[in-house]
Design a protein around this ligand. Structure first.
Ligand SMILES: [Zn+2]
Length: 436
């Protein structure tokens, strides 16, 4: 019988711990350790260290080029539950589980485990694992971003749009529709296109100028349930596929709650119709949801989930009043300072995302350019709260200036590297490297 290059006990332990004692198969993910059921007070181990390339000649994915040391090293192992390990270890399943496929499982699982404890504990709540841009949004070639529960970017002006904007492409409210330009046009544009009754072909890209989706361009979203959503440009169309299934129409895959627009103008300015201006109507426009939904968010989310200790009251069905912790009185929004108005916007965004997360995996995207009156201390307080609160949704923050205060331990931080018009990479930093 061929000599087997088995893993040592230490190597097995390393693999189990790197995987956070969970099966690395993204469709399984079950816990591999727990109490034994014989009442002895012992623990039981249900996980197995499987070989990515076989331990011996004749085994699945055997690679004769590896030395015995390489074959029995942690690099050649993947932590799986007993069931998944047995399936992967069968020679007849080799085609179904090639080397690169298993390496990808391992990489995704470890990236979620090592950098972000909350991702493992609350994985179901955090839909976005990874975003890859290929010849798209200022990226030439390929750039990949891994996401945690809280992901922070700096330098996003180089993208001409924020990472939050990119995630919104996959969202419900402003969805992609497969559409054709008028014949006179020679290229396909991409955009967030409102679905109109007459299925108009006019393409409206927010307030920014339309950009071409180059024929080689791709934006690829890897979700935590291992589904991959790809929007790609072709020579004469833009298409979407989910896990290799081509879809004839673009459909929402995540819910993105975002903060956008000018608060003062939107909330206190005159509404589009001839209705009396009121703050509930203004806030609903600001967040892009209906007044009824906004009321549900305020009433349906517990008051202890207020970041800044605010209590809310809706008067006459149309005006929002706010009480700040330690105060006896409720104030109308008009008398708040601009700093307090910014805090209110963040506070309400958390409530709306919390409400949305009850229904659908949700990402809250925050663009600092819309929260201009919040100082460094305010940001530090907010981000620390978000990290501590273990929220049931993901948070993505695009900062146009670098944080100088606050202590975060699990946030994934990125510098967007490049020139004004193009992005070369997203450099991942620790919070301390990120903070100036
Ligand atoms: Zn498994």
């Amino acid at each position: 019988m061929a000599k087997r290059d088995e893993f040592t006990l230490t190597t097995k332990r390393i693999l189990a711990e790197r995987a956070g004692q969970r099966c690395s198969n993204p469709e399984c993910g079950r816990s591999t350790a727990g109490p034994s059921d014989d009442g002895s007070g012992e623990s039981t181990q249900l996980g197995k260290a499987a070989h990515i390339t076989a331990a011996a000649e004749g085994g699945p994915r055997y690679d004769p080029k590896l030395s015995p040391e390489q074959r029995s090293s942690p690099e050649n192992g993947i932590w799986l539950c007993a069931e998944c390990a047995d399936r992967v270890d069968k020679r007849e399943n080799e085609v179904q589980y090639p080397v690169e496929f298993l390496r990808n499982w391992k990489k995704l699982h470890e990236s979620a485990t090592g950098t972000d404890f909350a991702t493992i504990q609350n994985r179901g709540f955090y839909p976005v694992r990874k975003l890859t841009l290929i010849d798209f949004a200022g990226v030439q070639g390929e750039a990949t971003i891994n996401f945690g529960a809280l992901t922070i970017f700096h330098g996003t002006s180089k993208l001409n749009q924020t990472v939050g904007d990119l995630l919104r492409i996959f969202s419900d409210q402003e969805r992609f529709v497969r559409t054709r330009q008028p014949r006179s046009g020679s290229t396909w544009n991409y955009g967030r296109i409102p679905i109109t009754e007459d299925k108009s072909f006019v393409i409206n890209v927010s307030t920014k100028e339309p950009r071409n989706f180059p024929p080689t361009g791709k934006i690829r979203l890897c979700l935590s349930d291992s589904k991959e959503v790809i929007i790609s440009g072709g020579t004469d169309d833009v298409s979407m596929s989910i896990s290799d299934t081509h879809l004839p129409v673009f459909s929402a895959v995540i819910n993105v709650v975002s903060i956008g627009g000018n608060f003062h103008q939107t909330v206190f300015g005159s509404p589009l119709s001839d209705e009396e201006p009121n703050t509930m109507g203004g806030l609903s426009r600001f967040f892009g949801i209906s007044v009824g939904e906004l009321k549900d968010c305020i009433k349906g989310v517990p008051t202890d989930s207020s970041v800044f200790g605010y209590s809310y009251e809706i008067r006459d069905d149309s005006e929002l009043y706010l009480k700040i912790r330690g105060n006896d009185d409720f104030y109308s929004l008009g008398v708040l300072s601009s700093g307090e108005q910014n805090r209110l916007v963040l506070d309400m965004a958390i409530k709306i995302a919390m409400y949305s997360a009850k229904v659908k995996p949700t990402v809250l995207t925050i663009d600092q350019s819309h929260i201009i009156s919040l100082d460094q201390k305010g940001w530090a307080f907010f981000l620390e709260w978000v990290e501590r609160a273990m929220l049931p949704f993901q948070v993505v923050v695009d900062r146009n200036y670098r944080p100088s205060e606050g202590n975060l331990s699990h946030a994934m931080c990125y510098d967007v590297i490049g020139t004004d018009m193009s992005v070369t990479s997203f450099e991942q930093l620790t919070w301390n490297e990120f903070k100036k």
